[in-house]
Design a binder for this molecule. Structure first.
Ligand code: DX5
Ligand code: ZN
Length: 222
């Protein structure tokens, strides 16, 4: 299992020490939310920030592109230090080409689904991706409540992975804390993004330890 603290909930006045706090607290991946003010109604940060953080961190950089035109950004984020680039299934016709481009750049690729998007939108790409991101809030802002109606999608993603013999990770993002992480783990999630649930805690190390314990004790088994 992987725990990925989301930098969106960090103190933006001191991003390098916040990234360091996530690493020292036992986070496995650093989740970086890129928002363009168009695909989602908010703007976060760009490749420049990622490139400042990367040399000071040993973490795997999980870059979540909430952008309408990610094709123009892929190379910049890769150069900045992204280890994985996740694009959204809602980009429809663009998806096959984007997946191909990311893989061709030698980067891991993720595909994300917003809550209203059916899981079937991901099915044609399952054998091409490294990660399937099931959003558990409508993206754009941290601190929203977990949407329980997304849980069946996690179960379907897990069933398909078993029946098709594939190896993609199943990531959840939005409203994840040590309670909702357990619900997702029971359905088959193995990668947990959490912003508010970790960065807003004074003792992040303890919060990560608790989330890890809960998830490990409630893992879905084949
Ligand atoms: C939501 C982002 C999330 C966000 C999660 O648009 O994709 O990664 O940081 O934040 P929390 O954990 O606070 O819901
Ligand atoms: Zn995210």
């Amino acid at each position: 299992m992987i725990i990925a603290p989301s930098l969106l909930a960090a103190d933006f006045g001191k991003l390098t020490s916040e990234a360091d706090r996530a690493e020292r607290s036992g986070g496995d991946w650093l989740h970086l939310d890129i928002m363009d003010g168009h695909f989602v109604p908010n703007i976060s940060f760009g490749p420049e920030v990622v490139s400042i953080l990367k040399p000071q961190s040993k973490m795997f950089f999980d870059v979540h592109l909430m952008c309408s035109r990610p094709e123009s950004l892929l190379e910049s984020f890769l150069k900045a230090g992204a280890d994985q680039l996740t694009i959204h299934a809602e980009l429809d016709d663009k998806v096959p080409d984007l997946i191909w481009k990311i893989k061709n750049l030698g980067c891991k690729v993720g595909l994300a689904l917003n809550p209203p998007t059916p899981i079937t939108a991901a099915e044609p790409f399952l054998d091409q991706i490294d990660l399937l991101l099931v959003m558990t809030v409508n993206p754009g802002f941290g601190g929203q409540s977990f949407m329980y109606e997304c849980l069946p999608k996690i179960q379907q993603a897990w069933d398909w992975r078993q029946s098709k013999g594939l190896g993609y990770r199943i990531e959840v993002d939005g409203g994840i804390d040590n309670i909702t992480a357990i619900e997702c783990s029971r359905m088959g999630a193995d990668t947990f993004v959490s912003g508010t649930g970790l960065f807003k805690k004074r003792n992040m190390k303890q919060a990560i330890r608790k989330m890890r314990e809960g998830v490990e004790n409630n893992r879905k088994r084949s």
